[in-house]
Design a protein around this ligand. Structure first.
Ligand code: NAI
Length: 293
């Protein structure tokens, strides 16, 4: 199926970048948010980020202007949905709010339109029955910053049609991304499960007193070629994120191994959440520069 008109709902950190990728690929895009201020901020941030690419010669000014020309920003879901072939949902990570939105938009979208969720944790089988088209609902999971990160995980629910998956994979490729196709629903998908494995082992080595936080990070960078060590990454994304994700995964699976590690719980309870609080596994100055362990 050809995808000419894309609707992105949610103009936050992720939605705005996803909308831009689609506009840069030549598609007409409607970016919808309930908050008009968020749309203004989204446009300002995108103009500055894409403008830097123009300054560095990675993109022609005309390409940038044409992409912005193809992008409509609006608070009206009706306006954005009426002619959409493909919806990418990137609103707040709450099942009920997502279900509400999907049930509403399902009634406005053309019957052929596909609905993809960018959720990091909610599989589409928890959303699909809020619509009249479960065969056209799937997950399409981007990574932050979506403008840069190449990986997009694509997965269907048991009712998703082959055509939906094929169209989603084709769209992923056509916006310059590398699809990772999951053949079954699983919480955490692939990349975040790999990351969880590395983070768990790193925290476990530290808890056992085998090596320091800094040395474990050095091993990940210097031996495995990771751009950042697992502790540095946790400090960047927030130790609370690790805590909440693992708590949710434990509650879902009742598997003790999924629980947040003791050292993570201690950091969380002390409010030492990483860069944003000035202390996490490392200490940071007010500009977020690492000061040391
Ligand atoms: P965000 O909080 O930055 O943006 C969410 C936006 O959705 C806000 O602008 C809000 O006004 C809007 N919104 C809320 N309810 C709405 C509704 N009913 N209709 C229209 N707009 C509505 O959130 P962020 O970080 O962009 O995350 C969005 C989704 O992307 C979540 O499902 C999250 O799990 C997923 N995700 C986030 C990543 C990240 O690193 N932030 C990475 C990959 C996926």
């Amino acid at each position: 199926m050809d995808v000419n008109n894309v609707l992105v709902v949610g103009a936050g950190a992720m939605g705005r970048q996803i909308a831009m990728l689609c506009a840069l690929s030549g598609r007409n895009v409607a970016l919808v948010d309930v908050d008009a201020g968020m749309l203004t901020t989204a446009e300002q941030e995108l103009r500055s980020r894409i403008g830097r690419n123009v300054e560095k010669g990675r993109l022609a000014q005309e390409q940038m202007d044409a992409a912005f020309g193809r992008m409509r920003m609006t608070t009206s879901l009706e306006e954005g949905a009426a002619d959409a072939d493909f919806l990418i949902e990137a609103i707040v990570e709450k099942v009920d709010v997502k279900r509400d939105l999907l049930s509403k938009v399902d009634k406005i979208l053309p019957p052929h339109a596909i609905i993809a969720t960018n959720s990091s944790t909610i599989v589409s089988s928890r959303l699909a029955d809020a619509t009249s088209r479960p065969d056209r609902v799937c997950n399409m999971h981007f990574f932050n910053p979506a403008l840069v990160m190449k990986c997009v995980e694509v997965l269907g629910n048991p009712e998703t049609s082959e055509e939906t998956i094929e169209t989603t994979v084709a769209l992923t490729k056509s916006i310059g991304k590398s699809p990772v196709l999951l053949r079954q629903e699983i919480s955490g998908f692939v990349a975040n499960r790999l990351l969880a494995g590395i983070q768990d082992e790193a925290v476990s080595l530290y808890e056992k007193g085998i090596a320091s936080v800094a040395d474990i990070d050095t091993a990940a960078r210097e031996a495995l070629g990771h751009p950042m060590g697992p502790f540095e990454l946790m400090d960047m994304t927030g130790i609370d994120v690790n805590f909440y994700v693992r708590t949710a995964r434990f509650e879902e699976s009742r598997d003790e191994a999924q629980k947040p590690k003791r050292a993570v719980v201690e950091k969380f309870e002390r409010g030492e959440l990483g860069r944003k609080t000035g202390v996490g596994w490392y200490r940071y100055d007010s500009a977020g520069k690492k000061l040391g362990p």
